[in-house]
Design a protein around this ligand. Structure first.
Ligand code: ATP
Length: 362
């Protein structure tokens, strides 16, 4: 069974801990994306799974077997790198067949396997060409074909699309997803591009400073972020995180002051249990409605910068208390720089984070 499991995996380089106590399991046929800012430990996690780095602590389990002491070539894992190296003087067919020569697989069987993966990745027409005679997208698919051809236990991809231009990335995202769906292998993809993760993954593991902050489906990490970091990392434009003063009352209700405005925020049991004091509320730019008149429940701000984004417009606004707020409106809602805005956050889409940034309500 193609599965990958990380049990309390830690990787230290000298005194620096790059990956801390990571638990993650990837089921057969599942694609998990490791997503996070530069230096958060994504590639190191991938490299310890592949056996290119030894773990300092914890266990790497592939298809039920502990891999810690096995070298990369004994792990039966295929890794596709960001910098795929195709042999320049060998044809694409020979490049794809290379791991099979290595495994001693015979001529007819070899040709059949190459043809099969070439069909999956739409490479039949370039099999006789040299790498410098094919496009970047075809090169990336050839690198993937070379990884698939051995029928390994599972796949690891390190920033597979980062070298391609925007348009090609979009096409390749769909193609990789389709190919992986057909293979039923456990797959881990490292990316720092959230769109890539949101479109290709069954689940996303969001990392920061060597820790996994949240693992969930693309919908879960977007709609129910576990903390303020995940909330601000997922979604474009970024979620607004606004400091708020919380007062709770004996009758179980609560009151919040945000940017100098007392906001009517839905109070539920979780919010009412919070200690009074500083909290953070999170509102996505599309969860504000500009209204004509201000009242309890709206935040007053002034439009400072307008960015047309096609069908929508991004407004950068600032409150009198100095808080910056991003708001997205439809193109037909015309707003001018300097205009006073009354912004009503949708109470059902207002996230609340406690003093430590942990989601109290998502
Ligand atoms: P990026 O998106 O920039 O590739 P990443 O999330 O993949 O980042 P890693 O490459 O896993 O990050 O690195 C995590 C941390 O570990 C970084 O601070 C990096 O400098 C450090 N690191 C990685 N490899 C080594 C090494 N061989 N020796 C010392 N430190 C290392």
């Amino acid at each position: 069974m193609s599965t990958i499991e990380l049990r309390k995996v830690t990787k230290r380089f000298g005194s620096f801990t790059a990956v801390k106590d990571v638990d993650l399991s990837v089921a057969a046929g599942e694609v998990v994306c490791l997503l996070g800012p530069s230096g958060c430990g994504k590639t190191t996690t991938l490299r310890v799974i592949a056996g290119l780095e030894r773990v300092t602590d914890g266990e790497i389990v592939v298809a039920g077997k502990v891999m810690n002491n096995l070298p990369p070539e004994k792990r039966d894992i295929a890794m596709v790198f960001q910098f795929y190296a195709l042999y320049p003087s060998a044809s694409i067919a020979e490049n794809i067949a290379f791991p099979l020569y290595h495994d001693g697989i015979s001529g007819a069987e070899r040709t059949a396997r190459v043809n099969r993966v070439a069909a999956i990745l739409h490479l039949e027409h370039v099999l006789d060409r040299l790498p410098n005679q094919i496009s970047e997208g075809e090169k990336q698919r050839a690198a993937m074909a070379r990884a698939i051809v051995r029928d390994p236990n599972c796949f690891l991809f390190d920033e597979p699309l980062s070298r391609l231009d925007v348009e090609l990335r979009q096409t390749m995202r769909g193609q990789i997803k389709e190919v992986l769906q057909g293979l039923s292998k456990a797959t881990v993809i490292v990316t720092h591009d959230q769109l890539e993760a949101l479109t290709m993954a069954n689940r996303i593991a969001i990392m920061k400073d060597g820790l996994i902050e949240q693992v969930g489906s693309p919908h879960e990490v977007f709609a129910k972020p576990a903390n303020a970091f995940v909330a601000s990392f997922i979604g474009t434009p970024q979620m607004n995180l606004l400091e708020a003063d919380l007062k709770t009352f004996a009758d179980g209700t609560a009151d919040m002051t945000v940017a100098g405005t007392s906001l009517a925020i839905r109070t539920d049991a979780a919010v009412a249990r919070l200690q009074p004091g500083k909290v953070t509320i999170g509102v996505r730019p599309r969860a504000f409605t500009p209204t004509d008149t201000g009242d309890r429940g709206t935040i007053s701000a002034r439009a400072e910068l307008i960015e047309p984004m096609g069908a929508e417009t991004l407004i950068h606004a600032r409150t009198a208390a100095g808080a910056d707020i991003r708001v997205v409106v439809t193109r037909s809602q015309r707003v001018k720089v300097g205009e006073a805005l009354n912004l009503r956050p949708d109470p059902r889409q207002t996230h609340v984070f406690d003093g430590a940034g942990k989601a109290v309500r998502s």
